[in-house]
Design a binder for this molecule. Structure first.
Ligand SMILES: Cc1cc2nc3c(=O)[nH]c(=O)nc-3n(C[C@H](O)[C@H](O)[C@H](O)COP(=O)(O)OP(=O)(O)OC[C@H]3O[C@@H](n4cnc5c(N)ncnc54)[C@H](O)[C@@H]3O)c2cc1C
Length: 470
C-alpha cells in the first residue's frame, strides 16, 4: 500500500513490527526481505515518487572541508533514494578489505564470509553477474585486472513501486520526514514525521531502522542527540566521525599495449600489504585518435625519437593512448566528519549538515604507490609508458577537480566491537538500544575501493536475517 502524508492526515499506526526510515536501496531491500517473512512494515519516505524541490531543499548542506560535490546533488531525496541517480557500477568488497593488516585500526568486526551468503541474491536484485573474481596478470608484481559488473542501473523506486502498491505487509508513506524519535535509555518507542503541508504522523513500532543515506544517518542522529535531554547515541561513540569517500582523480596519461584499453587494474592483497597501502584501482580510459595525436605531439617536443616510435605503433593499432583515473580507499580519519550547523536549518528546523571531508597524505601514498607498482610491471614487460601527474610526484596537494569522489558516503555511524569504537554493533544495532538499527554505507568502518551499493544490499539482507532470528 502507498499513502501520501501531504494529502492525508494518517492516524497513528501501532502494532507494526518494523518502521524503516528511508526508501533507498537499503530501506527497500530490507522491507522486501521482511515482507517475505510475513511481517508488517512501515516504510517512511521523506520525498515523493519523483523529484520535488521542497524535499531536495532539505538536502542542502555546507562543505567545510576538502572540495566536494553540492550536498543536494550527491544524493537524491525521493522514493528509491539515490538509486534514481546512480551509475550502476558493482563490485563486492575483497576479503582483505575487512582486515587491512598493517594499518592499525583499519578493519571490520565482521569478515567477508559474513556477507557472502547474501551476494547472489543481492546481485539478482541489482541485475548483475555475481562473479567478481580478479584476473592475476603478474604474480611477481602483484598486478591484477579487477572485475566490475554493471547494473542496468536498477532504479529501486521504478522497479518496486507496483509491488509495494499491491503489498499487504508493506505500507509506504511518502512525503513523511523524520523529525524526532521518542526514546529512553534502552528503547526507541515512537518516530515522528511531518509532511510539507503540515500533516503529522507518529509511528509506534517494535523495531526501528534508520536508512536515510550515508550523510543523513549521521546528521539526524547528531540532531536528536543535541535537542533531546537523553542521548540517543552514547557520547563515547564516534558519531559523525571517520567519514570517508573513494577519492576519484585523474592521475596520469599513458601509451599502453592496446589490450589494456579500458581495463581496470589494481594490486593483490599481499602486494598492498608489503607496500603498506590500502586498496585502489586504476582505470585506463582510451583517449581515441584525437587524444592520441595530441599526446604524441607533446612527446615529440621533448623526445622526438620516442614520439616517432609511439606514432608508428599507434598507426599499426598496437598501442592506445589513455588517461589514467584512480579510485581508491581512504584511511579512516577521526577528523573527517559530519557535523551540524549552528545557524542554518531546513524547513523542519533541522540543522543542515556540515561535511568536513578530509584527505590525508596517506591517501596520496596509496594511489601513488599503486601506480608506481603497475608502472614497474609495464616497464618490465615493455608494454608502454606512463606519465604521472605532477601532484602525485610531489605527493600533493590534491588538484582542483570537478570529480573528486564517487558519491560514496561512507562512515559516520561505523560498525564496531564496543561503544567507544563504533555507533552500531556487528548486527547494526545501536549500542545500548534494544530495538534501534542503522543501515547503509554509514556503518562501513573502512571503505575498500568497491562501489558501496552491492555491500549495502548484502548488509540489508544480513540485517533481515538477524531481525527474523531475534
Ligand atoms: C551520481 C551518482 C552515481 C553513483 N554511482 C554509483 C555506482 O555506480 N555504484 C554504486 O555502488 N553506488 C553509486 N552511487 C551511490 C549509491 O547511489 C548509494 O550507495 C545508494 O543509493 C545508497 O543507498 P541508501 O538506501 O543507503 O541511501 P539513499 O539511496 O540515499 O536513500 C536514502 C533515502 O532516505 C530518504 N530520507 C532521507 N532523509 C529522510 C528523512 N528525514 N525522513 C524520511 N526519509 C528520509 C531519502 O529520501 C532516500 O529515499 C552513486 C551515487 C550518485 C549520486
Amino acid at each position: 500500500m502507498i499513502s501520501d502524508l501531504n494529502k492525508l492526515d494518517i492516524k497513528d499506526i501501532s502494532d507494526v513490527d518494523y518502521c524503516i526510515i528511508g526508501s533507498g536501496p537499503a530501506g527497500i531491500t530490507l522491507a522486501l526481505e521482511l515482507e517475505r517473512a510475513g511481517k508488517n512494515i512501515l516504510l517512511m519516505e521523506a520525498g515523493d515518487v519523483q523529484w520535488t524541490k521542497e524535499s531536495t531543499d532539505c538536502y542542502k548542506g555546507v562543505n567545510s572541508g576538502d572540495q566536494y560535490f553540492d550536498l543536494a546533488f550527491t544524493r537524491q531525496r525521493f522514493f528509491g533514494g539515490t538509486s534514481n541517480h546512480w551509475t550502476g557500477w558493482c563490485r563486492n568488497l575483497d576479503e582483505s578489505d575487512f582486515s587491512s593488516g598493517k594499518i592499525s585500526g583499519v578493519n571490520w568486526p565482521i569478515s567477508k564470509k559474513d556477507l557472502d551468503p547474501y551476494l547472489q541474491k543481492s546481485c539478482e536484485i541489482l541485475e548483475v553477474d555475481s562473479n567478481f573474481a580478479n584476473e592475476s596478470l603478474s604474480t611477481e608484481f602483484g598486478v591484477e585486472a579487477q572485475q566490475f559488473n554493471f547494473s542496468p542501473p536498477v532504479r529501486f523506486g521504478q522497479k518496486y513501486k507496483n509491488r509495494i502498491e499491491k503489498s499487504n505487509s508493506i505500507h509506504l508513506i511518502l512525503n513523511a520526514n523524520l523529525t524526532d524519535l521518542i526514546y529512553d535509555n534502552t528503547r526507541v518507542y515512537e518516530a515522528m514525521f511531518h509532511s510539507y503541508t503540515g500533516n503529522n504522523f507518529i509511528s509506534k513500532a517494535k523495531t526501528f531502522v534508520l536508512a536515510t543515506g550515508g550523510i543523513e544517518n549521521s546528521r539526524l542522529l547528531l540532531w536528536f542527540n543535541k535537542k533531546n535531554q537523553i542521548k540517543l547515541i552514547d557520547d563515547r561513540s564516534p558519531l559523525g566521525k571517520y567519514w570517508m569517500e573513494h577519492p576519484h582523480f585523474y592521475i596520469g596519461k599513458a601509451f599502453l599495449d592496446r589490450r589494456w584499453e579500458n581495463a581496470y587494474l589494481g594490486l593483490d592483497a599481499a602486494t598492498r600489504r608489503s607496500l603498506g597501502i590500502l586498496n585502489a584501482g586504476i582505470r585506463i580510459e582510451g583517449l581515441g585518435d584525437e587524444g592520441a595525436t595530441a599526446l604524441i605531439k607533446d612527446i615529440m617536443c621533448v623526445a622526438p625519437d620516442l614520439g616517432k616510435k609511439i606514432g608508428n605503433l599507434f598507426e599499426k593499432n598496437l598501442v592506445c593512448a589513455a588517461e589514467i583515473r584512480g579510485a581508491w580507499e581512504q584511511v579512516p580519519n577521526i577528523d573527517s566528519a559530519i557535523q551540524i550547523s549552528e545557524n542554518q536549518f531546513d524547513s523542519f528546523g533541522i540543522p543542515r549538515p556540515l561535511l568536513n571531508w578530509k584527505k590525508t597524505s596517506f591517501d596520496i601514498e596509496t594511489i601513488s604507490k599503486t601506480l608506481q607498482q603497475i608502472n614497474a610491471w609495464v616497464l618490465f614487460e615493455n608494454m608502454g609508458r606512463f606519465k604521472f601527474n605532477n601532484w602525485l610526484l610531489t605527493e600533493g596537494p590534491f588538484p582542483d577537480s570537478i570529480e573528486t569522489g564517487g558519491h560514496h558516503h561512507l562512515g559516520g555511524t561505523r560498525m564496531g566491537t564496543n561503544i567507544s569504537d563504533g555507533v552500531v554493533d556487528i548486527n547494526l544495532k545501536v549500542f545500548n538500544k534494544e530495538n534501534f538499527y542503522i543501515l547503509g554505507s554509514s556503518v562501513f568502518p573502512t571503505g575498500g575501493h568497491a562501489n558501496p551499493t552491492l555491500t549495502i544490499l548484502q548488509l540489508a539482507m544480513r540485517l533481515s536475517s538477524h531481525l527474523l532470528q531475534r
